[in-house]
Write a new protein. Structure first.
Length: 257
């Protein structure tokens, strides 16, 4: 393992220990936290979310990645399908894309009308103010990546059968709209950045460095989340360890490996 990889793994492990402490702090205080991840296709949203949740109790953190809205959802108030996914007391919720689809992707791809776009841009700050006024800790992250590097990542995905599923038709169409999406992104940030719901812009031309910087920055936005973790004492067993042998009939998994 190279020095750079070792340094990254060590730094990430330290951050993950703090993230475990964060979820313990949320449970102990009953606080609710939402982190939104937006950004360029292939910027690294999924990898960052995986790094954050990798060592966490699955009951303490949830990832929300909604697909295309149904016909019924399209007829609802725009924010309605996101509200049920907001956190309860003690929960951390990470949105892999969010209601901000309407700010960039939908207008760029023609999935919403100009009136729908403008209505969203006017309503979004008020919607987020309602969330934060109710006590939700809301953080919004936008991951940037230069077009040349984005193209390299697209090519790598296209060549790798384990990653090819990540290239959606919208991703491919979006390659032609890099500049348009930049303008929409800037308008989104200008109109929805606020003290109670700030935007954090992270450079993801180097995904690992971007990941570490973003997680560190998120943790630094919170008050002292140190909650002592009690040590666990494992007394010795009363008898010799037993083999785990099923005595009833069942289908056994073959020992292929």
């Amino acid at each position: 393992m190279g020095k750079k990889k070792k340094a990254y793994d060590h730094a990430l492990e330290d951050l993950q220990i703090e993230l475990v402490g964060l979820t313990r702090w949320l449970r102990n205080t009953g606080k609710r936290m939402v982190v939104i991840f937006e950004g360029r296709d292939a910027a690294g949203k999924g990898g960052t979310i995986k790094a954050i949740t990798d060592k966490l109790d699955t009951r303490a953190a949830r990832v929300v990645a909604l697909g295309k809205p149904s016909q019924t959802e399209e007829s609802q108030w725009y924010f309605q399908r996101y509200v049920p996914h907001l956190p309860a007391a003690g929960e951390l919720v990470l949105f892999d894309r969010s209601w901000y689809n309407r700010a960039v992707i939908e207008p760029a791809m023609g999935f919403c009308t100009p009136d729908q776009y403008e209505a969203f841009m006017k309503a979004c700050p008020a919607f987020e103010k309602l969330l934060t006024d109710d006590g939700i800790l809301l953080f919004k992250c936008y991951l940037t990546v230069d077009q040349g590097i984005q193209e390299e990542r697209f090519a790598a995905r296209a060549e790798d059968p384990l990653k090819r599923w990540k290239l959606s038709p919208v991703d491919l169409k979006g390659r032609e709209k890099y500049g348009e999406m930049s303008d929409l992104r800037d308008a989104m940030i200008e109109r929805t950045h606020s003290k109670h719901a700030p935007w954090f812009i992270a450079d993801y031309n180097d995904q690992k460095v971007g990941r570490l910087n973003l997680i560190r920055h998120l943790l630094d936005q919170l008050p002292d989340t140190l909650c002592p973790q009690p040590e666990v004492d494992l007394p010795p067993l009363d008898s010799k360890p037993k083999r785990d042998k099923v005595k009833v009939k069942a289908v056994k998994v073959p020992q292929v490996y």
